[in-house]
Design a protein around this ligand. Structure first.
Ligand code: BAL
Ligand code: ZN
Length: 869
């Protein structure tokens, strides 16, 4: 396999202008007739037409109705001499039932559906399958012989009927689009219908297609579509451009969802919710992902990508937009804190791994490997920094100028940046390094007081460790949001700090002076204004002061997190020796103060985030070398000590705050979240106090007395993870209630795969033989081997090495079934060099075995070979 380089981009020799497809659907032998109009773009009259095609059977091919000479190659067909404008007519066959990779046309639980991004269209028919070839599509779908409920494609329905006993439908999309935005769906669904009247008074028909019998579970997604449309108009002035908008939920899907023009296809996990079967987080995620795909209509579909190296152009902007949507319609602090957690956990891990890559990568072997937290989430942080630098109104103007200027075009990140520079009157030349340099910047802060000038003197420095692709890093340009707190906890605003509230760090070392009283405390990196690791010498008292008085959600939570981190780092050696750790007295005091003052009027979501003991995965990212056993030991000691010391407060909290209804609302999400945290801490405390039976009773009661899945799942998790007596009863009850409902039942697998000790490995082994385990369903794989890999660092890294062996066995089985999913769950093994020698050796053996696999997929090859370099 060979990598492609970003700088190798060449404009296409030909473009397609009109594509007319006729699908005659059949489970194993679907016939695709493809009539495409091509136009030469190059001045080279001898340039051949090269069409991409993979795993297709070509029946015939004609150019302008004539049998031209052409060559079939491994990757498609090559037609050596063609006129400047011409029509290719061809027919090919595909086998949707045999397509387990879920790229191209496949069958998902009885439904025909497609996934074309990034390069799936070439598995449907021969084409110029690249994002800079935009054509108009007309699509005729003839249903399978056994019948079919609905036949869908992008755009407007032109005709529908029955011919020769088979249903058919003809669709036309008025907007030229790249092949990756093509979609086809055929199946039998319940349909949730509604309308939306746009800001100019146009009526848009909305249709949401869900499993038969699951109508009710689609209602929240439909509401979310309308909320997204309204928000995009209100915040950015963007009005929907088609007469209809369709969303389909399918069960087997590699991504979360896909933004095909006018016909979004969703993993059903991001559509199907009701309070009895889905958690508050699931509701929140449905709203956010519906928003994300809808917002792509402008940022991605109307203005698309020149090539896949530009992926972050559409994803970062759209993630930023969906985060702002969730912030405006759900909860800003929660949305921001979740986003920050993704950066400080998986994104920092990716930066520190052999697969570290810039937000605009330079080299790619398999594009599916680059749908990463760096491209998406770090990319969104970059967009957020631009928003910080230029402010909302200039950002809005620049976004509109960009969408207007490049409407209908395939462009680059550079085009986007130039447009923003021009529109907002800002110089982003140094800022561009965020796109070209991989790695996490470390920012170090210190401050002194200059008595003579009454100045607080702040020093900031930045340093980014080398990554494999770049040894030397130039300084980044970053906005550092600041505020200052006096001794009484009041905000003071020195004259030197602009009204925007940020300073710029753009050199390796800089000094800033602020006219302030002595003992004023600088609050640095409010709202996590740049995606960096900050090292600031706050004393514990100063952290407590900020936690009490600072009005920034991130800073509050970060003060608690920093206290936790310090405790873990200070005690790591003791933890490594499995000795007794002292109490985290200051953290407990701060938490006690918070718990004593909580009432139903408090900002429960924020308080809950502040009280959380951070995950082992995020803790790992605060270390260069990872001693997983010591981190786990210290983490558990910290949690237990907090729980035991404050058990009375948690018991009181548990009795005090209850959701008002079993339904989803942002307010009740907060009430349930804090109530569930209290339950967890009580259960942890009781276990540590030799009162495991009490823990079991309260957890079982929690499970049985609630009708809401958030509560039930919390109880099931605590029962299983703390190995409580009620575990068997709860698991049995859950299985009885939900085993026929794949989406909900995924939780049964996930909870057991994430027990934070070795027993998770046995659970996974056992559950692989569960009658409802299906290795072809990506959600199920992600809930079992995926959960072990990505959400259970303790069991995965168990010193027995069984976690590695089990994961690699699953990866090798998946290599033939679904390489994209296989490569994704392989990720944590790539960072093996950060572990101890014994674990390194065991992972290395497994990675070497993977490399020896016959027919090793390109996705796995790229990741493993990069890690082994
Ligand atoms: N474009 C792939 C799925 C998403 O990011 O929306
Ligand atoms: Zn996206």
């Amino acid at each position: 396999y060979k990598a492609q380089k970003r700088t190798d981009y060449k404009a296409p020799n030909f473009t397609a202008t009109d594509i007319d497809l006729t699908f005659t659907l059949d489970d194993t032998k679907t016939i695709v007739k493809n009539v495409t109009r091509f136009k030469r773009l190059t001045s080279d009259a001898k340039a051949p037409l090269i069409l991409n095609g993979e795993e297709l059977k070509l029946n015939y091919l004609k150019v302008d109705g004539i049998n031209y000479k052409f060559k079939e190659t491994k990757n498609g067909v090559e037609i050596p001499s063609v006129p400047d404008e011409f029509t290719v007519e061809l027919e090919n066959e595909i086998n949707p039932s045999a397509n387990s990779s879920l790229m191209g046309l496949y069958k998902s639980n009885g439904t025909f559906c497609t996934q074309c991004e990034p390069e799936g269209f070439r598995r449907i028919t021969y084409s110029l399958d690249r994002s800079d070839v935009l054509a108009k599509y007309r699509v005729t779908i003839i249903g399978p012989e056994y019948g079919c409920g609905v036949l869908l494609s992008n755009g407007n329905l032109i005709e529908r009927g029955t011919k020769k006993n088979r249903p058919y439908a003809i669709w036309e999309d008025p907007f030229p689009k790249p092949s990756y935005l093509f979609a086809l769906v055929a199946g039998t669904f319940d349909i949730v219908s509604d309308t939306f009247t746009t800001m100019s008074g146009r009526k848009v028909d909305l249709e949401l297609y869900v499993d038969r019998g699951a109508y009710e579970r689609g209602l929240w997604a439909m509401q979310s579509i309308k909320d997204s449309m309204k928000w995009d108009e209100g915040r950015w002035g963007l009005e929907f451009d088609l007469d209809n908008f369709k969303v389909v939920a399918v069960d087997f899907f590699n991504f979360g969802a896909m933004e095909n023009k006018g016909l979004n296809v969703f993993n059903s996990v991001y559509v199907m919710v009701d309070p009895t079967c889905a958690t508050d987080t699931a509701f929140y995620n449905v709203q956010s992902v519906i928003g994300h795909e809808y917002f792509h209509n402008y940022t991605g579909d109307r203005v698309t990508l020149r090539d896949w190296f530009q992926l972050s152009l559409k994803e970062s902007l759209t993630v930023f937009r969906d985060q702002e949507f969730s912030s405006d319609v759900a909860n800003r602090a929660l949305t921001r804190l979740h986003a920050i957690n993704v950066i400080r956990g998986p994104q920092f891990a990716e930066d520190a791994s052999p697969m570290a890559h810039p937000v605009r990568p330079e080299e790619v072997m398999e594009m599916n490997n680059f749908y990463t937290v760096t491209i998406y989430d770090k990319g969104a942080e970059i967009i957020r920094m631009i928003h910080t630098l230029i402010g909302e109104s200039r950002f809005k103007k620049a976004l509109n100028d960009y969408l207007h200027k490049y409407d209908g075009q395939a462009v680059t990140i550079e085009d986007f940046l130039c447009c923003f520079e021009e529109s907002a009157g800002v110089d982003l030349s140094q800022f561009r390094r965020w796109y070209t340099q991989a790695g996490t910047p470390h920012v170090k802060a210190s401050w002194t007081y200059d008595e003579e000038n009454k100045n607080l003197v702040l020093k900031l420095s930045q340093h980014t460790n080398p990554t494999r692709d770049q040894q030397v890093k130039e300084p980044f340009y970053m906005p550092i949001r600041m505020s200052f707190l006096d001794k009484e906890g009041h905000d003071v605003h020195p004259a030197e700090l602009s009204s925007d509230g940020y300073i710029i760090l753009n050199e390796n070392e800089q000094e800033y002076r602020f006219t302030l009283d002595r003992d004023t405390l600088p609050v640095i990196l409010r709202d996590f204004s740049a995606p960096v690791k900050l090292d600031a010498p706050y004393t514990i008292e100063q952290l407590q002061h900020m936690l009490s008085f600072c009005d920034d959600a991130f800073i509050k939570v970060d003060c608690a997190t920093t206290m936790q981190n310090r405790y873990i780092h200070d005690n790591l050696e003791i933890a490594a020796a499995q000795s007794v750790l002292k109490d985290p007295a200051e953290l407990i005091a701060s938490y006690k103060a918070i718990l004593d003052s909580v009432d139903s009027q408090s900002d429960l979501i924020l308080i809950n985030e502040t009280l959380k003991i951070q995950s082992i995965a995020n803790l790992m990212e605060t270390f260069d070398k990872i001693n997983i056993d010591a981190i786990k030991y210290a983490h558990d000691a910290l949690e237990t000590k907090v729980a035991v010391s404050l058990v009375n407060e948690f018991v009181e909290l548990y009795g005090k705050i209850r959701a008002l209804s079993a339904n989803y609302s942002v307010a009740d999400m907060g009430r349930r979240a804090i109530n569930n945290s209290a339950l967890h801490m009580i259960a942890v405390a009781k276990c540590a106090m030799d009162k495991k039976k009490d823990a079991s009773d309260i957890v079982l009661n929690h499970y049985n007395s609630s009708k809401n899945m958030t509560d039930k799942l919390q109880a099931m998790t605590d029962a299983v993870h703390l190995d409580l007596e009620c575990k068997t009863e709860i698991l049995k009850s859950f299985e009885k209630d939900w085993s026929k409902d794949a989406l909900v039942f995924d939780n049964f697998f996930r909870v057991q795969a994430t027990v934070p000790n070795k027993s998770a490995i046995d659970n996974v082994k056992k559950l692989l033989s569960h009658p409802s385990y299906d290795g072809k369903n990506p959600n199920r794989v992600r809930a079992l081997a995926g959960a072990l890999a990505l959400s259970n660092p303790v069991a995965l890294n168990d010193i027995s090495g069984e976690g590695y062996d089990l994961l690699c066995k699953q990866i090798s089985a998946l290599n033939d079934i679904n390489p994209s999913v296989a490569a994704r769950i392989l990720t944590p093994l790539l960072s093996f060099r950060r572990l101890d020698e014994k674990r390194q050796g065991m992972i290395l053996n497994n990675l070497n075995s993977l490399m020896q696999m016959p027919k090793l997929s390109r996705s796995i090859y790229e990741k493993v070979s990069t890690a082994l370099k």
